[in-house]
Design a binder for this molecule. Structure first.
Ligand SMILES: *[C@@H]1O[C@H](CO)[C@@H](O)[C@H](O)[C@H]1NC(C)=O
Ligand SMILES: *[C@@H]1O[C@H](CO)[C@@H](O)[C@H](O)[C@H]1NC(C)=O
Ligand SMILES: *[C@@H]1O[C@H](CO)[C@@H](O)[C@H](O)[C@H]1NC(C)=O
Ligand SMILES: *[C@@H]1O[C@H](CO)[C@@H](O)[C@H](O)[C@H]1NC(C)=O
Ligand SMILES: *[C@@H]1O[C@H](CO)[C@@H](O)[C@H](O)[C@H]1NC(C)=O
Ligand SMILES: [Zn+2]
Ligand SMILES: [Zn+2]
Length: 378
């Protein structure tokens, strides 16, 4: 680079600084489709497709790609931070067994077809386990046995489904304080969502209102709203980057944070009639939103497969009805609403807690920004 270019570069840097620092977030312009037939055909490279070549791997193997799988298990709380290598070591085997238990699979510690299929499914970005605490099967006492024996595989897990509650809360069971049980929500203005998209959120909030005393009201003021909804792509400043098509679809923080983030790179379908066969990368917006609202209100993940709070959802699948497990969980936190006439019968004996996500957007954002500025100057 010649010296002549330096003033020009500096000028550009100065020009770009105000917008750089004014940028509160890195929002995306998400794309929505009225139905699956309107999604253009493309070669999908979904976030976790590369795991397919790991089929059949087991303890002792060394295979390129295992490091990425370890990263996956680390992200969702199954592996502690350590050197990530391509070795199928004991730690990975143990992580896999716990994962299998949580997802109602045979706890073999091997990457069998059922397990791989489950791992490849798009899912919520909130971790299943934090600091060794899990809200799912592996954190529950086993049926007919007083205490779980660590390290032993629990192939009997299905037996106690339905016997105990599977819903869970965040540590300390945080919930929204009852100011008239009314919560406001707002959409990140930069996302420029139209009314058909906003209507999907209203319907999703209604599903939780119906079984609790809570009401949700849209407000135009993003900064003042209790619940702040935004679509973002990739790294967006909270240390939990999204990953393009499929992979993680969204995440939300426990009360009273109110942040609900969705992956702006997904092909979101809004009309609610979705067919599995037609589009492999279509994601039903309402299904994901109903799940993330559960986190916003204080629920963690559940091992019950038809529950809204189950961590994963197949692409092309719609799952929007609260299951008994979800209703029991939310009513244990907030009670039932005046309109609710079901029979909740909440089972409170098992109130596991889990630290799903810690709200740490600001530190990460400013650290990241500072780093970017330094890079640019260099
Ligand atoms: C899907 O949406 C497109 C675009 O709005 C529309 O032209 C088409 O008729 C719709 N197809 C079905 C099956 O609803
Ligand atoms: C789609 O995949 C096919 C076969 O893998 C390849 O030949 C083609 O170039 C790809 N098209 C695009 C747009 O990536
Ligand atoms: C679990 O193991 C049993 C017995 O080997 C087998 O029949 C069943 O298909 C397996 N299920 C899964 C989900 O792997
Ligand atoms: C995890 O445990 C460590 C040590 O007990 C504690 O300092 C830390 O705050 C915990 N982290 C979370 C996210 O709960
Ligand atoms: C991770 O480390 C914590 C604290 O040292 C421990 O309690 C937990 O069991 C470990 N988790 C795994 C999956 O090894
Ligand atoms: Zn979740
Ligand atoms: Zn986020």
């Amino acid at each position: 680079m010649t010296n002549n270019n330096i003033p020009k570069l500096l000028f550009m840097l100065i020009l770009s600084l105000p917008s750089f620092f004014a940028l509160p977030d890195l929002p995306s312009l998400p794309h929505f489709f009225p139905n699956i037939s309107s999604i253009p055909h493309s070669n999908i490279t979904a976030a976790w497709d590369s795991f397919q070549k790991l089929a059949g791997c087991h303890s002792g193997d060394k295979k390129p790609g295992l490091a990425k799988l370890k990263q996956y298990f680390q992200n969702f709380g199954y592996l502690n931070k350590s050197d990530i290598t391509d070795d199928f070591d004991n730690a990975l085997e143990s992580a896999l067994k716990t994962y299998q238990l949580n997802f109602n699979l045979n706890s073999t510690g091997e990457l069998d077809d059922f397990t791989l299929k489950q791992i490849l499914q798009p899912r919520c970005g909130v971790a299943d386990i934090v600091n060794g605490t899990t809200t799912m099967n592996s954190g529950k006492p086993q049926a007919n046995s007083p205490a779980p024996s660590p390290g032993k595989s629990h192939v009997t897990t299905k037996i106690h489904l339905g016997v105990v509650a599977h819903y869970s809360f965040f540590p300390g069971s945080p919930r929204w304080a009852s100011k008239n049980n009314e919560l406001t929500y707002a959409f990140l203005p930069q996302n420029q969502l139209d009314n058909s998209v906003k209507a999907v959120f209203a319907t999703a909030f209604d599903r939780w209102s119906e079984v609790t005393p809570l009401t949700f009201i849209e407000t135009p003021s993003f900064n003042k709203a209790d619940i702040k909804i935004g679509f973002f792509s990739r790294d967006h400043g909270d240390g939990e980057p999204f990953d393009g098509i499929l992979g993680t679809l969204g995440h939300a923080f426990s009360p009273p944070s109110g942040h609900l983030h969705l992956d702006g790179d997904e092909n979101w379908v809004i009309n609610g009639e979705i067919l599995r066969s037609a589009a492999e990368d279509a994601v039903d917006l309402e299904s994901v939103v109903v799940h993330e609202i559960g986190h916003l209100l204080g629920l963690g993940h559940s091992s019950v497969e038809n529950a809204i709070m189950f961590p994963s959802i197949s692409s092309g699948i719609r799952r929007v009805e609260l299951a008994g497990d979800d209703i029991e969980g939310i009513q244990a936190l907030y009670g039932s609403g005046p309109d609710y006439n079901g029979s909740p019968n909440p089972t409170l004996q098992e109130r596991d807690t889990n630290k799903g996500m810690v709200d740490r957007p600001f530190l990460m954002r400013w650290l990241g920004l500072g780093f970017a500025v330094v890079l640019f100057v260099l």
